[in-house]
Design a protein around this ligand. Structure first.
Ligand SMILES: *[C@@H]1O[C@H](CO)[C@@H](O)[C@H](O)[C@H]1NC(C)=O
Ligand SMILES: *[C@@H]1O[C@H](CO)[C@@H](O)[C@H](O)[C@H]1NC(C)=O
Ligand SMILES: *[C@@H]1O[C@H](CO)[C@@H](O)[C@H](O)[C@H]1NC(C)=O
Ligand SMILES: *[C@@H]1O[C@H](CO)[C@@H](O)[C@H](O)[C@H]1NC(C)=O
Ligand SMILES: *[C@@H]1O[C@H](CO)[C@@H](O)[C@H](O)[C@H]1NC(C)=O
Ligand SMILES: *[C@@H]1O[C@H](CO)[C@@H](O)[C@H](O)[C@H]1NC(C)=O
Ligand SMILES: *[C@@H]1O[C@H](CO)[C@@H](O)[C@H](O)[C@H]1NC(C)=O
Ligand SMILES: *[C@@H]1O[C@H](CO)[C@@H](O)[C@H](O)[C@H]1NC(C)=O
Ligand SMILES: *[C@@H]1O[C@H](CO)[C@@H](O)[C@H](O)[C@H]1NC(C)=O
Length: 871
């Protein structure tokens, strides 16, 4: 309908006046309400291999312990009186000139750039210089208006490795020793209008970890500005006590904190919206609203407001492919003086039910979800421990392509942002906490902190992450030596009780490697978690499942760690065991010179076994709820079976660079039987010395039968018998030429794969996982270089040196090739290909848009390039 001209103009004028007013209101209320300001950029950093300041956790401890107060139920710690230590250290002082220190942005891992071979650091710890004292300094600016309004100023650190202690303007504020937990410190009493100097000291003792722990401010850091009356830290708890197709009852608990001296009454309103997975923001109209309640909270106190509300026709959260990970967000708003907003707090959550069934396993929304899980460490390969959303998303997406629906965050709390990803992607998480309790594994591990900190660490973690629908179980520990002793039961009960006090909707578990049903810990745990014991160690097929199942007929049990198969991508070692699993040794599966393990995917350390043997045993015990394979991705450190020689693990189904090992297709065939696939190993490009030699050919397929053709001639059509998970032709003799497999399912053709003897390296084929990335200074493109022959096929053992270069608004952060013995520092732009492949990790620059060209060159080969758009 056409409007008269005057009408249009006038309404436009009214509209712009409205917009103007809205802008003014928005500005005013933006200052009055919660602000979460990233302070990732602009730090100065220095690392010291010898203590530069005479400080230590022991000297700071009585000032650090009060930081735990919100998370302990025993008597609160009192901040000691008098001048706190460290004020005389030059690095905490405003006058200190840090211009010669490194300019860094966080998340930052001070050790990942290397070099490898750090003195005193074992291969188990990744050979990287994570030890020493690190100081970070940064200015933060506080507006006079914030001080005048008595706004509270908090520092939120997602994770700092480790023994963090924090000074503001030369005064020790507090800290948090456990490097895997996030923490908040109240800066308000120490802050002033204008510039403030924030200084953070970290210290990592050598022998503090069994793997590469990383080092530094390795997760996001935020400043929170909020009015004195506000939603407390981790102050919401949302559960879904009853769920049907028609409606879900959502219980919302909001804890308010009052740091004000002024009389004011606050009103609280919570509204529930659907969450847009891409923006992680509310979309559409509110699906439910909890009507306004007025609240009085005493000064210096907290008050919890509990309400329930019905969400009609709820969209449930569940793991794909059977279910969809729908999310909601509850937006809680605090008002004073009628309608003046003083705080807005968003809590993403999901609506779902979980049953832990001793015979059926995990039942999510009434649907059985067998756990097809993996264990992953926290590092992101060549990026180290510095958290990056895209790198973590790539890990999870590659795992989901394989059919993974579960993740164990071995052996500690992950970045909160990882759990945002598992929520969005629909991965069920076993959220782990500790690798040790009171009995140590290495000299300087968590056992030093257990007495003082285990309650606070457990409680802070559960309170922080309890609203993530992806978390399906809390893990209170991994293979803790305490499991053998009576006190193991006591500690387990204490930690599990904390999880139930803070959450109460998930059961707790622990990875047991040497417990039996008669140990105290087994009696306590809500879910029995077995590492390897269920399938039987090595070639042994005796299982402890039946013992646990008969003693605890109402407890769910699952395998918290399975397989530990070791292999090196693209490496095949002869002869090949005729068995379905074999213990790796210098005479079985290992090349002890090169420090590689055969990728026939049949070898494991003595305590573990191949995937095939695990599958056989799982099929015998269908009441077990599933497994978490050790490991999804390779990680830094723990390079069993070559402990001192290598830098990174051999356990991954996917190597450190993100390239798939053969095992990927073995798991995919079992976990995603709907995907039609067949995968041949080994490659078929061998030196003349192999001609005429027995070279077994194995095929992983989601079919049930396969026929192999060697140079066009059938080597036999074989059906997978019961308890067989690969088709094997163990007597093939090598002749150059080609292999082709045709897989069948139910007698019908299902999938094909082939290999051929390729020619000499001819060129570099360059591809990117994503050719469009955001120019936010965080987003990444993973660029793969394949060394190919003149027909474009990868040359399987190619190790040509690749020189990367880049132009445009991006940078090469690191390179890798997945070779666990490659000691070239990760930032190097020169990297040898390994088994034909190399990787460069390219990061966008903040606010710089345009084309990024990544080029790869190698002497004698045609070079290649790929263009990535940043914008
Ligand atoms: C770490 O422990 C090992 C063995 O326990 C010891 O040989 C080594 O000296 C320790 N390293 C350092 C740097 O303390
Ligand atoms: C509350 O009053 C005390 C004592 O006068 C004062 O030290 C403090 O700064 C006040 N706090 C706020 C948030 O106004
Ligand atoms: C916060 O505490 C102060 C001091 O006790 C009190 O006057 C005020 O009413 C409280 N505010 C709320 C919202 O309860
Ligand atoms: C409110 O809910 C919380 C979290 O579920 C619970 O711990 C607390 O006991 C509840 N309080 C009341 C008064 O029901
Ligand atoms: C607050 O806003 C609501 C709806 O916008 C309105 O109904 C109510 O009267 C307002 N209250 C005050 C005290 O202004
Ligand atoms: C295969 O398994 C059998 C029976 O356990 C064992 O005797 C034999 O040594 C194994 N062979 C190899 C090569 O590991
Ligand atoms: C083991 O590795 C070395 C060094 O890379 C190589 O020369 C040798 O051929 C390999 N041996 C076997 C059995 O593959
Ligand atoms: C391989 O060939 C040998 C000798 O011909 C035979 O003894 C053996 O059974 C064959 N193995 C398989 C798996 O076919
Ligand atoms: C070579 O690059 C093209 C894209 O340019 C890609 O489709 C192909 O898969 C790559 N081949 C290999 C072997 O990496």
């Amino acid at each position: 309908m056409a409007l008269p001209r005057w009408r249009t103009q006038s309404s436009r004028r009214v509209l712009s006046l409205g917009l103007l007013l809205l802008t003014i209101i928005a500005c005013t209320s933006a200052q009055a309400t919660r602000e979460r300001i990233s302070i990732n950029a602009g730090w100065r950093f220095s690392r010291f291999t010898t203590n530069p300041d005479q400080l230590s956790y022991d000297t700071l401890k009585s000032w650090i312990l009060p930081s735990a107060n919100d998370f302990i139920t025993r008597t609160k710690y009192k901040r000691p009186s008098g001048t706190p230590p460290g004020s005389d250290v030059q690095y905490v002082q405003d006058s200190f000139d840090d211009s010669t220190w490194d300019a860094v942005d966080v998340p930052h891992d001070w050790a990942i750039k290397g070099p490898f071979g750090a003195p005193g650091i074992s291969g188990g710890e990744g050979k990287l210089p994570y030890n020493g004292v690190g100081w970070y300094r940064r200015k933060i600016t506080v507006e006079a208006a914030d001080v005048a309004a008595k706004r509270n100023l908090y520092l939120d650190v997602g994770g700092a490795m480790s023994y963090a202690s924090v000074w503001l303007n030369g005064v020790l504020v507090g800290g948090w020793p456990y490097g895997y937990n996030g923490f908040r410190l109240d800066l308000t009493p120490y802050a002033k209008a204008g510039d403030n100097i924030l200084a953070i000291r970290l210290e990592n003792a050598p022998n503090s970890s069994r793997w590469y722990p990383g080092a530094g401010l390795y997760r996001n850091v935020w400043l929170i500005k909020v009015s004195p009356v506000h939603v407390a830290q981790y102050g919401t708890k949302i559960t879904t006590p009853s769920v049907s197709a028609q409606k879900a009852t959502v219980a919302v608990s909001v804890t308010l904190e009052n740091n004000s001296n002024n009389t004011e009454q606050v009103d609280l309103v919570t509204e529930i919206f659907e969450l847009d997975p891409a923006t992680r923001k509310a979309v559409g109209d509110a699906k439910a609203k909890i009507s306004r309640v007025s609240v009085d909270v005493a000064g210096g106190a907290e008050k919890t407001v509990n309400s329930t509300v019905d969400v009609p026709n709820p969209k449930l959260w569940g793991p794909p492919p059977k279910q969809t990970p729908n999310e909601y967000v509850a937006i809680s708003t605090l008002y004073v003086s009628g309608n003046k907003t003083i705080d807005t707090y968003e809590t993403p959550f999901g609506i779902r039910t979980i049953i832990y069934d001793a015979n059926k396993g995990l039942v999510v929304n009434g649907i059985g979800e067998y756990v097809k899980g993996v264990c992953n460490h926290h590092d992101l390969g060549s990026l180290g421990s510095a958290f990056n959303v895209r790198a973590a998303e790539r890990q999870l997406q590659t795992l989901q392509e394989m059919g993974t629906n579960g993740l164990r965050t071995s052996h500690n709390m992950p970045a909160s942002e990882l759990l945002d990803l598992t929520d969005r992607l629909g991965v069920m998480v076993m959220g782990e906490t500790f690798d040790t309790w009171k009995r140590q594994k290495v000299a300087n591990d968590y056992h030093l902190l257990f007495d003082d900190w285990h309650e606070a660490d457990m409680r802070a973690y559960v309170r922080r992450e309890r609203n993530h629908p992806s978390i399906v179980a809390w893990s209170i520990g991994n293979e803790v030596p305490d499991q053998q002793y009576a006190e193991g039961g006591t500690y387990a009960k204490e930690l599990q009780d904390v999880a139930n006090e803070e959450d109460g909707t998930r059961q707790s578990t622990s990875g047991l490697n040497s417990a039996d049903p008669n140990k105290a810990i087994s009696n306590v745990l809500e879910i029995i978690g077995l590492n390897y014991q269920g399938e039987g160690h090595g070639t042994d097929t005796s299982s402890t499942y039946p013992n646990f199942h008969s003693k605890f007929p109402n407890k769910m049990l699952w395998t918290t760690e399975s397989a530990s198969t070791v292999s090196t991508r693209g490496t095949y070692i002869f002869p090949v065991t005729p068995n379905i699993t074999a213990v790796v040794s210098s005479s079985a599966g290992e090349n002890t010179t090169a420090k590689y393990v055969s990728s026939y995917e049949l070898y494991s350390p003595s305590w573990a076994s191949s995937p095939d043997k695990v599958f056989v045993q799982q099929d015998k015990f269908p009441y077990a709820a599933g497994e978490f394979v050790w490991t999804g991705w390779d990680y830094l450190g723990e390079p069993t079976p070559f402990d001192s020689a290598s830098r990174s693990s051999y356990f991954g189904i996917i190597d450190l660079a993100g390239f798939k090992k053969d095992r990927f297709w073995l798991y995919q065939a079992r976990w995603r039987p709907d995907i039609a696939q067949a995968h041949i190993l080994p490659h078929w490009t061998w030196p003349s010395s192999r001609v005429g030699q027995v070279t077994p050919v194995h095929v992983f397929t989601s079919g049930d039968e396969a026929e192999l053709f060697v140079n066009g001639k059938s080597a036999g059509r074989k059906k997978l018998a019961q308890s067989q998970y690969r088709v094997r032709w163990d007597n093939v003799t090598y002749q150059p030429g080609d292999l082709k497999v045709v897989a069948y399912k139910g007698g019908a053709k299902w999938a094909e794969d082939s290999r051929r003897t390729v020619g000499a390296p001819a060129k570099l084929n360059v591809t990117a996982d994503r050719t469009t990335i955001r120019n936010d200074g965080y987003d990444l493109s993973f660029v793969t270089v394949a060394v190919v022959d003149d027909k474009g096929d990868v040359v399987p053992e190619a190790s040509n040196g690749v020189a990367f270069s880049i132009s445009g608004p991006g940078e090469i952060v690191s390179t890798d090739n997945g070779d666990p013995t490659d000691m070239t520092a990760f930032p190097s732009t020169s990297r040898k290909a390994f088994s034909g492949l190399a990787l460069a990790v390219v990061r966008s620059k903040k606010a710089a848009a345009g084309s990024i060209t990544v080029s790869a060159a190698s002497g004698g080969l045609a070079s290649g390039q790929v263009v990535v758009q940043a914008g």
